[in-house]
Design a protein around this ligand. Sequence first.
Ligand code: SF4
Length: 252
Amino acid sequence: MISITENEGNARLTAALPQTMITIIGIEKILPRLEDLALFLPMLAVMGTGQPLTCYNSLYGGPRQPGEADGPEEFHVVMLDNQRTTLLADAEQRDVLGCIRCGACLNVCPIFCNVGGHSYGTVYGGPIGSVITPHLRGLQDWKHLSYASSLCGACSETCPVRIDLHHHLLQNRRNASHAKPIMWQKLAFHLFAALANHPWLWSLTTKLGRLGQRFHGLIKGSAVDPAQAWTKTRELPPIARQSFHDWWKGRG
Ligand code: SF4
């Protein structure tokens, strides 16, 4: 039995019209008994939108039977593993698979509330996205998400299934520190260290940066924009018009 819960009715529409219904679910979304929906559907609605229950709740049990007026002629269910069994084997973090995607942790997260969902660059944003994406899509490429947190713990406190989100973010950071660093990141840190250790070089770079920022508007978002990975979803923080040193000198 497939359960769909929604507020707009569009999922029901897309399930009603096609002749073939293909449902793709993560393997962690299986409930042992139909009766368990009595707990999960209200919990999801209350934590997600504050409603006692969402407007549309549908159950699909298979293809259309003889004599039935509607429903698909073919009915397929694809169960997706995609690293979930590996995560299940991880005793430290397997509770993450209990997430019901209510979004409550997103709504209380000070980072998510400021940067919005697109900045995460992945389907699941917010605290749970930062925890789970490195597991599903690779720690090396997504470890930066673990740093998108103030570790205030508001997410863990609000989670209805008690996932210890902010500690999992710390564990992801720890695991990432054990992994081999990516070459360009290593280079970037070496470059930063060189600049930070040579004040004249730092001053020169910020002056050049200020100049470059004036022209950046002309190429922003285009294929030749060197910062396009950043500017696709966010603004570049402006470099201050005057450095602290210059301001200090100016005061005599
Ligand atoms: S981690 Fe908890 S609060 Fe966040 S979406 Fe999942 S169930 Fe909801």
